[in-house]
Design a protein around this ligand. Structure first.
Ligand SMILES: O=P(O)(O)OC[C@H]1O[C@H](OP(=O)(O)O)[C@H](O)[C@@H]1O
Length: 318
């Protein structure tokens, strides 16, 4: 291994993110930051420049895994911007400290936004969920902690069925759960009081990029008069959209949609598997963050406050 190559720990984390063994925007961010700390601890470069080059290379490897959740580059940027010092030991300490600080903030932000989201829920409410979002769950769990009785209708969320994880975690929190197939969502909207989803990225115009199926759910919720909120800590804000960039939607393998036997039996068709979609701001009632709730159209104000006019690549040299 040359000094610039990622350590095994970075390669393992990158592999786990790409295969979705580690998944969910906030969890990916925490894992990527921890991998940078492991890289900082695990190398013995002969100069401060070599240390920095090695951390930047690790950041690139981690970034190349999945394209949509901006929490990943935001995490890398947070840590690398604090990579400061004239000697290797100082640089190492600063990176490790920045990672600890980042992970603390991640946990605190989720707790804080959970309380905000919980205030939107009333005692006796039934909520509908899509996919598995730790930010969305934080809102429901905080409502339960406030003493509210909450029930949930959980969409299974094909093709990877992350709804099963949501169902299990809500059951553990004492929330009665009804699991439904995705196509039953509109029927069950008549029985719910609120839809709560997470986000992988939020664009400057207030568009919410989340697990595919969110936009259809939001349109149906609006048609049924059911309020829908996105729970998203501010590391989900996508700074590059401030300067006109769009968010890349990850296309995943067709093997998640159809197994080999069925594929062979059907023959010559094409299969597509986009992992995310964009919900236009007009179909979302609120974005709930650790800084309070925002109408989607006003999220750009918070974005400018936190990121200025945009952001460079995480590995850009200062
Ligand atoms: O950060 P938290 O709220 O945990 O998750 C946010 C989002 O990340 C997930 O993506 P995937 O399952 O990694 O494709 C879902 O789309 C979920 O809403």
């Amino acid at each position: 291994m040359t000094a610039h190559e990622p350590t095994a720990s970075v390669r393992d984390t990158a592999e786990a993110i790409a295969t979705m063994e580690i998944r969910g925007a906030a969890t990916i961010a925490g894992a990527a930051a921890e991998a940078l700390a492991a890289q900082a601890r695990g190398i013995d470069p002969d100069s401060p420049e070599a240390f920095c080059a090695s951390l930047r290379a690790a950041a690139r490897t981690l970034h190349e895994t999945r394209p949509t959740a901006v929490s990943l580059p935001n995490a890398l940027r947070y840590v690398l911007q604090r990579m400061d010092g004239r000697d290797v030991e100082t640089l190492r300490r600063n990176v490790v400290d920045a990672v600890e600080e980042f992970v603390d903030q991640l946990d605190r932000a989720q707790t804080d936004l959970g309380r905000v989201g919980a205030n939107r829920l009333a005692d006796g409410d039934t909520v509908m969920t899509h996919c598995h979002s730790t930010d969305a769950l934080a809102c429901i769990e905080a409502a339960v902690e406030q003493g509210k009785s909450i029930s949930a209708v959980v969409k299974e969320t094909r093709p990877r069925n992350q709804g099963h994880i949501t169902a299990e975690q809500l059951r553990d929190a004492g929330v009665p759960v009804t699991l439904i197939v995705d196509s039953a969502a509109r029927r069950y909207l008549d029985t719910v009081d609120h839809v709560v989803v997470g986000a992988d990225s939020i664009a400057a115009d207030g568009g919410v990029i989340n697990k595919v199926g969110t936009s259809g759910l939001a349109v149906n919720a609006r048609e049924r008069g059911v309020p829908i909120m996105t729970a998203a800590q501010t590391i989900k804000l996508h700074p590059e959209t401030l300067t006109g960039h769009t968010v890349e939607i990850e296309m995943r393998s067709e093997s998640e949609v159809i197994d080999e036997d069925a594929r062979e039996a059907i023959g010559d068709i094409s299969v597509e598997n986009p992992a995310f979609d964009v919900t236009p701001p007009r179909y979302m009632d609120a974005i709930v963050t650790e800084h309070g709730q925002f109408p989607p159209e006003s999220i750009v104000t918070l974005m400018r406050e936190l990121f200025g006019e945009g952001a460079a690549e995480p590995w850009a040299e200062p």
